[in-house]
Design a protein around this ligand. Structure first.
Ligand code: ADP
Ligand code: MG
Length: 252
């Protein structure tokens, strides 16, 4: 069974079919990339998986079960985390605080926490901090933990944004253009993080990315889209050499 399955998914905005009968599966443990020119439907697919939009046709399954009845705020609880192309961090808070807030938003609240039942809350707090310490170590953020986001270089913020998503200990991580705006060296670092996220953390990754070097370096499989439609699905090598993909990129 695949971890994520999109079956014949369609979404329209007025007269524009942003996603047109798209089907693909992401297997547990793989890095899967979505590529394609602007307007291809990549971000819309992320928004469909995050349940921000409802498809007009098709099904989306996570771990074998349809998520079409799951409200957006429960998606993280299922084990799906995402980053945003435009970093969404609290500027006037520290790295540590941002990671904590990210986690608290998705905590399992119940009667005991609502009533402030202290031993339970303390145990939960300890669990949050442990999960965050793990992410800080993993992403090498020790030097930045108490620094304010506003004062950090863009490249570090991108890593914190990834950390915010990893802190909720997802099974599936959606990365929206993790290398956009980064230097060649920083992009190389992102490639290492993605490999480690897959190999060491055992997290499955679905990413949207324009940098084809990064895509080729880290992806097991790639789906190229154009105008909401599937163009080509295969290994990075197969997709990059597919005449349909070359044509879409050159723009005839
Ligand atoms: P990509 O991320 O691949 O660049 P998008 O998924 O953002 O593409 O957009 C796919 C198509 O859907 C585009 O034609 C875009 O203009 C349209 N679109 C995306 N979001 C909206 C929206 N909220 N309202 C109307 N049209 C939208
Ligand atoms: Mg986009």
């Amino acid at each position: 069974m695949s971890l994520l399955e999109l079956e014949n998914v369609t979404l329209r905005f007025g007269g524009v079919t942003a996603v047109n009968k798209v089907s693909f599966n992401v297997e547990e443990g793989e890095v899967f990339a979505l590529v394609g020119p602007n307007g291809a439907g990549k971000s819309t697919i992320f928004n469909l998986i995050s349940r921000i939009y409802n498809p007009v046709e098709g099904d989306i399954r996570f771990d074998g079960k349809s998520i079409l009845q799951t409200p957006p705020h429960q998606i993280a609880r299922l084990g799906i985390a995402r980053t945003f192309q435009n970093i969404e961090l609290f500027e006037q808070a520290t790295v540590m605080q941002n990671l904590l807030v990210g986690r608290h938003r998705h905590r399992q609240s119940n009667m005991w926490t609502e009533l402030g039942f202290t031993p339970f809350v303390r145990a939960e707090e300890r669990r949050h901090r442990e999960a965050i310490e793990k992410v800080i170590d993993f992403l090498d953020l020790q030097a930045y933990r108490d620094k304010y986001i506003a004062g950090l270089p863009y490249g570090v913020r991108k890593v914190v944004e990834m950390g915010r998503a990893l802190a909720i200990e997802p099974r599936l991580l959606l990365l929206d253009e993790p290398a956009s705006g980064l230097s060649v060296e920083e992009t190389q670092d992102v490639a290492f993080w993605v490999e480690d996220i897959k190999k060491q953390m055992g997290v499955t990754v679905l990413m949207v990315e324009h940098d084809m070097h990064l895509v080729s370096a880290v992806s097991d499989r790639v789906l190229a889209l154009a105008d909401g439609k599937m163009l080509s699905l295969g290994t990075p090598h197969e997709v990059q050499n597919d005449p349909k993909v070359i044509e879409a990129y050159i723009g005839v």
